[in-house]
Every structure is written in structure tokens, then in C-alpha cells.
Ligand binder design. Sequence first.
Ligand code: KG4
Ligand code: ZN
Length: 339
Amino acid sequence: MLILGIETSCDETAAAVVENGTRMLSNVIASQVHIHSKFGGVVPELASRNHIQNIVPVVSQALENASITLDEVDGIAVTQGPGLVGSLLIGISAAKALAYAKGLPIVGVNHLEGHIYSNFLEHKDLKPPFISLVVSGGHTDLVHVRPGKRQYEKLGQTLDDAAGEAFDKVAKLLGLGYPGGPIIDKLSKEGDAAAIPFPRPMSRDPSLNFSFSGLKTAVLNYVLREREEGRTINATDVAASFQAAVVDVLTEKALRAAEMKNLKVIALSGGVAANSALRRQLTLRCQELGYKLYYPNAAIMCTDNASMIASVGYYLFAESEDSGMLLNADARKSIDLVY
Ligand code: KG4
Ligand code: ZN
């Protein structure tokens, strides 16, 4: 079964062809980073305008790279949400037009479930139950992926900013550029992670929730104080110390979730899963505890892509799901026992 996946939830226009849920035949991503970088974050209207321009060439390229035509596609899977509503509507409209023209079934996919499935595309031995930490620019969710058919229990979430959002905001206030995650990750390799003792928010809170907005403010206050007192800011040490605080909290809560659910398997996904310090620290802790850790190896499989959407779509079609032509965007779609 060949599924065409379409993903336009934020600022990547993406299309992919996946065979039988796990074999990726193509994975095309048109990034808009160069457009949003001058604003230090995604501008929703610009994202929509660029999706409408890119969607047809991106879908054509995905079919071409997979060496197939639209006539060979068995179904279309498209991101329904969560995400920016204007962006989501472009992908959904394009998917509907293709499905209508070719008489194909169409299914709306939860973007967060897509991130969880990005691990199945690469790690064929990964099977539920496990703990999934979905950490991106829009989300920081700890999810219990239950055995059986796509059963999810949300164990914790951020109460304010997402982890990736905190990376982006801290990079912006340090004048480092956008997106902040990869820049801070790279810069931190040269810095002293113990230089500034930034807080580990919510680490003593017994819940599995997160909060990153206070940490961002702590970095801002540090920078303002140093400037006021006439000292030069060592951005490398600030970046490394900030990153260490985020990584500590994510690691601790992911391990606590595994312990609570008596599970020894953790899967990381979402843009922040590409972070080298997070991967390193969780790998070490999992080794010590005899846990197994999974994450998509390539950074482009951590960040937004359409093959993860096509993969979920395959399993939905296999269960005879069909969203039909009334499919609509759901900007605030959650992952809690979604289907
Ligand atoms: O999953 P994604 O592409 O989009 C959302 O669904 O939000 O994640 C993008 C986020 C951005 O905030 C970006 O700064 C962050 O992931 N990110 C990273 C790294 N690479 C991307 N954060 C930390 N370290 C990285 N290496
Ligand atoms: Zn995402």
C-alpha cells in the first residue's frame, strides 16, 4: 500500500511516499527558515503564503523521487493538527483536491502521533508499550504509548513554553539567530555547562509537567544584570548552561515517567530530540538503568516531515478509517487517547 503524506502544520511544506507504513520511498521538505529567521520566529501569515506556493512542487517532487505517479497512490494522509490553522488548511485543501480528483481515500493525522511514529520508520524492533517524549517547538509531551492499537495516555505536558520554543527565545535574546535549537546545541559544545546555575523548573514537582518560560526569564535577567554591571556576556557559557538546565529536566521527567509506568523503553521525537546533549545524557542514564532508548538518528526525521504522517496514515487506512471530504483542521488537537 502506497501512502502519500502531506504535512504543513508549521513552517515546513512536506510531502512523502511511504510503503506499508514503514518503507520510506521519498521525503521532501521545503524549509521556510530563511523567511522566518529575520523575525526570530514563525510568522503565521507568511507560513501560509509560502505553503500555498510550495505545496504543488513539493508533492510533485515527492512522487517523482518515489518514482511513482499519483495513479499508483492508494491513499492520502494529511496533518489535521495541532498546528497553525492557516498552515494546516493549505495541506488539507491540497490533500482533498488530490483525493477528489483521483477518487482516493483521505485521512487526517494527529501531528504528535506522527512524531511518535517517526521512530517506527527507523527502528523496526520498537513496539508499544513505551514512554514517548515528544519535544518540539510547539510541544513538550510525555506520553504513555500503550500496547494495542494506537492508545495514548498523556502523562505530562508543558504548562507554558515548549522546550524548542525556549531554545528559540533564548537564542533570540542572545542574538544568535533562528531556529535557536541547532545553534545553541552547536555553540554549547564549546561552553561550560556549569558556568551559570540556571534553575531546573518543576524538577521537584511530583507531576510529569514541565515549565520553560521561567527559565527563559532567568536567562534574560542574567543577561540584563551582567550588561548593567558592565560585564561582557559569554554567550557560549550562557547557551551551554541554559541547555544543561533543559536537558536535566527533560531527562529526569522521562525517566520518572518510565519508572511510574514500570517501563524500560523510552522514545524521543520532535525537533529537540536532535539535541546532542539530550541524546547523550539520556543514553547514559538509560544505560545505567538498563533501559532502551530510541530516537530518529537523522535530524530531519526528528523535525517536521511528511513520512511520519504517511506512516500513521497507513495504519489508519488499515483500520478502515476514512475522514472523507468533511475533514477539517484542528489547531488544538491533543494526543490523549485521540482516536
Ligand atoms: O518538530 P519541529 O520541527 O516543529 C514542531 O513541531 O514544533 O521542532 C522544531 C523545534 C525548534 O524549536 C528548534 O529550535 C528545535 O526544534 N530544535 C532543536 C534542535 N534542532 C531543532 N532544539 C535543540 N537542539 C537541537 N539540535
Ligand atoms: Zn512537529
